[in-house]
Design a protein around this ligand. Structure first.
Ligand SMILES: Nc1ncnc2c1ncn2[C@@H]1O[C@H](COP(=O)(O)OP(=O)(O)OP(=O)(O)O)[C@@H](O)[C@H]1O
Length: 252
């Protein structure tokens, strides 16, 4: 059932990510840019959360601060009980390697490796054993079974993004961050990827956060969080394309 846009965020029990009073200011002196202006946000475990908002509203900055790619100016971020904002660079590298999955708009596959090798690359680099059962489960969910020996150039854009999705999920990360994951795909490949993200949440219990500009993509989420001018404008549960469009209009 679709619900209305609310300005106050409903409490989340057992969140996987907790953000408190987060600010990020770029530059100094007369060139100060307040990109995040006090964000309080919990991300639900085992949910697909979409982050939306106009260009420049702070979506990327928020994601980068959550995973420690940008240092916050003030405030705290916790991922599955680990406080990201107090970590040293070496701890952040380990956190991103062992506990976070990333899916980018541009796939970011290694051209000389086949699909199977691309999926297992992060584990190979970390010297970690691949859990066979998880590998088979993820490859089946993503529908890549007969393409594992192909290199990226032998795959369509949609298939390449499925490889990138499998790579992000195979290590059972605490949370997967997807930055405009369907931005480079046609409508049929887009539907495949969104269906996969949905299934990974519903059947594998994966927690996923997706930044998107597309109301159609956001409608696949359990919850849409809308940012504006570096602040949280509100949220929408069980979104539909139309309720997302209304929520974005509400913020104007
Ligand atoms: N490295 C940086 N140095 C200075 N300003 C920055 C930097 N990165 C982002 N900003 C500024 O911070 C604000 C938020 O940018 P951000 O990229 O997070 O927005 P966004 O919502 O992700 O936008 P888009 O949808 O266009 O990707 C913008 O005003 C942007 O110009």
């Amino acid at each position: 059932m679709s619900t209305a846009f609310t300005r106050t965020l409903a409490p989340i029990s057992d969140p996987v990510v907790t953000v408190r009073a987060l600010t990020k200011t770029f530059g100094r002196g007369s060139t100060l840019v307040p990109a995040l202006r006090g964000i309080d946000l919990d991300i639900g475990r085992g949910e697909l959360t979409a982050i939306m908002g106009p260009s420049g509203s702070g979506k990327s900055t928020l994601m980068h601060c959550i995973v420690g790619l940008e240092a916050a100016t003030s405030g705290t971020v916790t991922i599955d009980g680990k406080e990201v904002t107090s970590m040293k660079e070496s701890e952040l590298t380990k956190l991103r390697r062992d506990h976070i999955g990333f899916i980018f708009q541009s796939f970011n596959l290694v051209p000389t490796l086949n699909a199977r090798e691309n999926i297992t690359l992060p584990a190979t680099i970390a010297g970690r054993e691949i859990d066979r059962e998880r590998f088979d489960q993820v490859v089946e969910t993503v529908g890549l079974g007969d393409r594992l020996d192909h290199r990226p150039t032998e795959l369509s854009g949609g298939q390449q993004q499925r490889v990138a999705c499998a790579r992000a999920m195979v290590g059972s990360p605490d949370v997967v961050f997807a930055d405009e994951p369907t931005g480079n795909l046609d409508s049929s490949a887009t539907a495949d990827i969104l269906q996969f993200l949905r299934t990974s949440v519903d059947e594998l219990g994966q927690s996923v956060v997706m930044v998107t500009h597309e109301p159609d993509a956001a409608a696949w989420a359990d919850r849409v969080v809308v940012l504006r001018d570096g602040q949280i404008l509100g949220e929408l549960r069980n979104p539909t394309r139309n309720s997302v469009l209304d929520a974005l209009r509400d913020g104007k």
